[in-house]
Design a protein. Structure first.
Length: 163
């Protein structure tokens, strides 16, 4: 059995302690709790002991790395776009500068595996350099665990998505 790993990276517009990022920082814990309570959630990378954003130093600003594992693409999609999290996705330009696209990479992992940040960043670079493949793919062009392309279809709106 396989589960879906996802990594999303974004470059902060300011420091985490800045007024500009106040709303983003205030939303991190509630959104992380929402993810953990969402159907299909398996695991997420946590920085240290608490529910804080994981950042990697990168020159004059920081890159936020969000890394998680889900039971399926559908479960991830409902959380990202159809829960309260979607409100924050639409506000991302306030908090993050444009970065090389795609900024989200997906790949299948054996059930129970927790990917590392190094592995996630290698998958992201592979997707950016070579495009979608079974090894690293995008939200729009996905693959099954056995490597077959997935024909995208609009997901139906569900009651659980109303959270």
């Amino acid at each position: 059995m396989h589960q879906l790993a996802q990594v999303n990276v974004a470059r902060l517009r300011a420091g985490l302690d800045s007024a500009q990022l106040r709303d983003f920082v205030a939303a991190v814990d509630p959104v992380n709790r929402l993810a953990e309570e969402s159907p299909g959630f398996v695991w997420r990378l946590k920085a240290g002991e608490g529910h804080i954003v994981t950042t990697l130093p990168d020159g004059s600003s920081s890159i936020v790395v969000n890394l998680s594992v889900w039971q399926s693409y559908e479960a991830l999609h409902v959380f990202v776009y159809r829960s309260v999290h979607g409100v924050f996705v639409r506000r991302r330009a306030l908090w993050f500068v444009p970065t090389q696209q795609p900024s989200t990479a997906l790949w299948w992992v054996p059930a129970g595996e927790e990917p590392t940040v190094d592995e996630a960043m290698r998958r992201m670079i592979q997707l950016q350099r070579y495009g979608p493949s079974p090894r690293a793919f995008s939200l729009r062009q996905r693959f099954t665990p056995d490597g077959r392309p997935v024909r995208s279809a609009r997901l139906p709106r569900t009651r659980s998505a109303q959270r």
